[in-house]
Design a protein around this ligand. Structure first.
Ligand code: T5A
Length: 213
C-alpha cells in the first residue's frame, strides 16, 4: 500500500499571497519528484464552485445570514474532502489547499462572531476529522494586504467580492483570530511573515514543507 500523501494548507488574511505561494510550492514539490495536486476553498469541485459564486459575487448572496454563510462554507468543504482531498491522499499524492477549515474559524468565528468551539466541531464533521499535516499562516498587515489586492484587481479588472467589502475591523479580527489559532496549535500552524518579498516568503515555506514531506 502507498504511504498516505501529505496535506498542506495555506491560510491568511486577504492579499497575503496564498494563491501565489500555493502555486510556487506545488512547482517546488513537482520539481522534487513529488506527486501533488492543488485545490482551493471555497470551490475545487462542481458543488464547491457553485457555492463559491453564491458566497462571493452572486447578488443572491447579499444579506445572507451568518449561519447560512457558515454552512455554505462547510458544504463546500465536505464535498472537497470526499471528492478530491481524501482520495488523493489515500493514493499517496500530496495536496496543497488554498484555504481550509481554519478560514471558517477565523472569518465566521473570530470575525463574524459565530461560536468558535461550535465551528471547530462543525469543521470536524465537514472534514471527517481530516487535519492538515502543515498549515502555513501567511501573516500580513491588513491594509498592506488590501493594497496588494487593489493592484491585482486593477490589473485583472475585477471588483471586490462580498467578504472583501467587509470593514477594516472585520479583517483585523480575521488576522487576530488566525494568530490565536496559531498559538493554540503551534505544531501544525506555522506563521510566516508575508510582508516580505515573494522569494523570502517562499524560502520559509519551502523549509517548513520539507519537514513534513
Ligand atoms: N472565506 C473562505 C471565509 O470567509 N470562510 C471560509 O471558510 C473560507 C474557505 C475567498 C473568500 O472567502 C472567505 C475568505 C475570502 O474572503 P478568494 O477569492 O479565494 O476568497 O480569495 P482569498 O483566498 O481571500 O485570496 P486573496 O484574493 O485574498 O489573495 P491571496 O491568494 O492571499 O493573494 P495572491 O496570491 O492573489 O496575491 C495578491 C497580490 O499580491 C502579490 C501577488 O502577485 C498578487 O498580485 N503578492 C505579493 N506582492 C509582494 N510580496 C509578496 N510576498 C507577495 N505575494 C503575493
Amino acid at each position: 500500500m502507498k504511504p498516505r500523501g501529505k496535506f498542506i494548507t495555506l491560510e491568511g488574511p486577504e492579499g497575503s499571497g496564498k494563491s501565489t505561494h500555493a502555486r510556487l510550492l506545488v512547482a517546488q514539490l513537482q520539481a522534487g519528484g513529488h506527486s501533488v495536486i492543488t485545490t482551493r476553498e471555497p470551490g475545487g469541485t462542481p458543488v464547491g464552485e457553485t457555492v463559491r459564486r453564491l458566497l462571493q459575487h452572486d447578488a443572491g448572496g447579499e444579506g445572507m445570514a451568518a449561519e447560512a454563510e457558515l454552512f455554505l462554507f462547510m458544504a463546500s468543504r465536505a464535498q472537497l474532502v470526499r471528492q478530491v482531498i481524501a482520495p488523493a491522499l489515500a493514493d499517496g499524492t500530496c495536496v496543497v489547499c488554498d484555504r481550509f477549515a481554519d478560514s471558517t474559524t477565523a472569518y465566521q468565528g473570530y470575525a463574524r462572531g459565530c461560536d468558535v468551539e461550535k465551528i471547530l466541531a462543525l469543521n470536524d464533521l465537514a472534514t471527517g476529522g481530516l487535519t492538515p499535516d502543515l498549515t502555513i499562516l501567511l501573516d500580513v498587515d491588513v491594509k498592506a494586504g488590501f493594497e496588494r489586492l487593489r493592484h491585482r484587481n486593477l490589473r485583472h479588472g475585477v471588483e471586490k467580492d462580498r467578504i472583501e467589502r467587509e470593514t477594516l475591523c472585520f479583517h483585523e479580527r480575521v488576522r487576530a483570530g488566525y494568530l490565536e489559532l496559531a498559538r493554540r496549535w503551534p505544531q501544525r500552524i506555522r506563521v510566516v511573515d508575508a510582508a516580505r518579498d515573494e522569494d523570502a516568503v517562499q524560502a520559509d515555506i519551502w523549509e517548513l514543507a520539507q519537514h513534513v514531506i
